[in-house]
Design a protein around this ligand. Sequence first.
Ligand code: PHB
Length: 359
Amino acid sequence: MKSTTAGLFTPIKLGANVLPNRIVMAPLTRCRIGADGVPIEINATYYAERASAGLIISEACAISAQGVGYANTPGIYSEAQIAGWHKVTQQVHNRGGRIFLQLWHVGRISHPSLQPDGNLPVAPSAILPTGQAFTYDGPQPFVMPRALEKEEISGIIMDYQRAAKNAIDAGFDGVEIHAANGYLIDQFLRNSTNQRKDTYGGSVKNRLRFLSEVVSAVSKVCEPARIGIRLSPENSFNDISDDDPQTLFDGAIDHLNLFGLAYVHIVEGIIHSPDNIKQAFNYDKLRARYQGRYIANNGYDRERAEAALASGAADLISFGIPFIANPDLPNRLARGMPLNKADPSTFYTGGMNGYIIHQ
Ligand code: PHB
């Protein structure tokens, strides 16, 4: 689906939703959720302030207690969480916006203090990530995760399915399956973290199996036209890599083509890195291969975004950091107004500063 002369303000049909512009708010972990992963009033205000985005994608939301990996982040597996998110979606809709929920299981990027009963985090294989978990007691070194038994995997897939149903019940316009950035699905995809000897490891086909089963299960409770998926072919964040990312992610795209999803959302390059712009991977090849809508992400400014839309390199662009300090980002982009600069010291620290903008 190549768009010829599209720009940021050309409306677009994205599966079951029609968007007034092609500016997507990227999922952003902000660590300001209420106790027990329940969204509260300030979270609803934060999202509603950004309702002029063509589409908001929520911060990553744990599909289960086992899926949690950071302090003060949300879930979508309890009645209280569903009710909290319902207030968020209502306020976004009241302001004329659309919002998807991002489904998240962190896999090994967790810590026993964040896990039910102090259990070990789980992963495709018992491989220790370098770095630290962000717990309620501050940063703690990662621990060796426990490799999932084959018999446990279907239960996690059911958690994705239940969480997607919960999201729809909470009033979301769709869900985005988080298969990027070194979390559980990505840990199954890439061979640095997946050393399994069963049907979930080894060949590309086998490493795609978990992703494929998650997408199938979610498709049973949410129409495919309301499902997106986020991939990050060359992102090394969370200590992950693959020997042949082009073959792996071309294979993922071929597979995803079978589902008729709303979109793929591609993190180009490396996140949390000054060297973040796309690198060796051939994203144009990936884009050409995908038969649906393509959202490009990571480090775009207005000029690069317009160029990517005009050339057909992407159908939509998602912006993360610019939305933190500019809730009215579409208006600013439309008028060529200067952007407020976000303060990284407020990204994950809690509190109102750098979260809700009082203008
Ligand atoms: C983060 O908290 O840094 C984070 C969370 C989810 C992502 C990426 C980064 O997908």
